[in-house]
Design a protein around this ligand. Structure first.
Ligand SMILES: Nc1ncnc2c1ncn2[C@@H]1O[C@H](COP(=O)(O)OP(=O)(O)OP(=O)(O)O)[C@@H](O)[C@H]1O
Length: 266
């Protein structure tokens, strides 16, 4: 792929409506001036990123674009080197993952791991420990949701990859997130689990904000109302999901074809 055209694009501003951004500032999750580098490699350089309750926001882009890094910074598992993150109007830039999880920022992982030695059911209980007196769904209900009822008493470490991914989702939901960060939830799923995932995503409560990092475009299409395209850590494009998915430049960039170097950015 010819990337010169893309590399020349620097800090495309978000097209989000200022009213939506204000709503995100007041009630959602907002990152401003986020920058992260590994040694001398800049992996994320975003002027702003905002999500309000009820938003369904996908982040797509080629491998290495910085998508997971953005989720790590929002979840607190990686400390932002520069920038500010606020949640419900409060600055949380220096808060750790446990604080953010308790506050309502839940996540799944690109490479889900399980608590060693715990059963599948206990993993879900652990995910909801901070709501144990007021669970909105019982752990067994969540296992039923993700299709793992018959594995409840098995050691979680014995689950195959796709089932670990579904368990990871149940663990995240047990934490009753108000903002749910999903890192490639469809990766490696069987068709059956993929169908189940789409069903689950379709039933998430309307007030929940979801940030979806995903390569599987059917999943993006099913969930997202807004898409940000990252490339080399920068916003290459963002807009309503149907506009972004139809855009030939984005398609070319995302698919890694040579057209990306020649098509004009809209
Ligand atoms: N711990 C690390 N140390 C050094 N470089 C890293 C580290 N984690 C990520 N990177 C690099 O940062 C860049 C962005 O990685 P990131 O995982 O955020 O990309 P991504 O868009 O999620 O990619 P993918 O779609 O392949 O998961 C990549 O070049 C990656 O190799």
């Amino acid at each position: 792929m010819t990337t010169q055209h893309v590399d020349a694009v620097d800090h495309i501003p978000s097209r989000r409506d200022p009213a939506d951004i204000q709503r995100a500032h007041d009630t959602g999750l907002v990152a401003t001036g986020l920058y992260h580098a590994y040694q001398r490699l800049t992996v994320l350089d975003l002027d702003s990123f905002a999500i309000a309750p009820g938003d369904r926001h996908a982040v797509i882009g080629p491998n290495g674009a910085g998508k997971s890094t953005l989720l790590h910074l929002l979840a607190g598992s990686t400390r932002a080197q520069t920038g500010t993150i606020t949640y419900q109007g409060q600055t949380i830039t220096r808060r750790g993952t446990a604080w953010r999880a308790r506050a309502g920022i839940g996540r799944t992982f690109q490479h889900p791991t399980v608590y060693p030695g715990l059963t599948v059911l206990d993993c879900v209980r652990m995910g909801g420990w901070h709501h144990r007196h007021h669970p909105d769904r019982k752990p067994l209900e969540l296992l039923e949701l993700v299709g793992l009822t018959n594995r409840a008493d098995d050691p979680a470490a014995t689950l195959p990859h796709g089932h670990r991914r579904m368990l990871d989702l149940a663990v995240a939901l047990a934490g009753q997130p108000r903002v749910l960060l999903l890192d490639e939830p469809a990766g490696g799923l069987t068709d059956t689990d993929l169908t189940r995932l789409l069903d689950i995503l379709g039933t998430l409560p309307g007030w929940m904000a979801v940030i979806l990092v995903e390569h599987h475009m059917d999943v993006v299409a099913a969930l997202a109302d807004w898409i940000t395209v990252l490339h080399h850590g920068r916003r290459y494009f963002d807009g309503p999901a149907d506009h972004v998915r139809a855009d030939p430049t984005v398609r070319a960039l995302y698919l890694g074809t040579t057209q990306a170097g020649h098509a004009a950015r809209p």
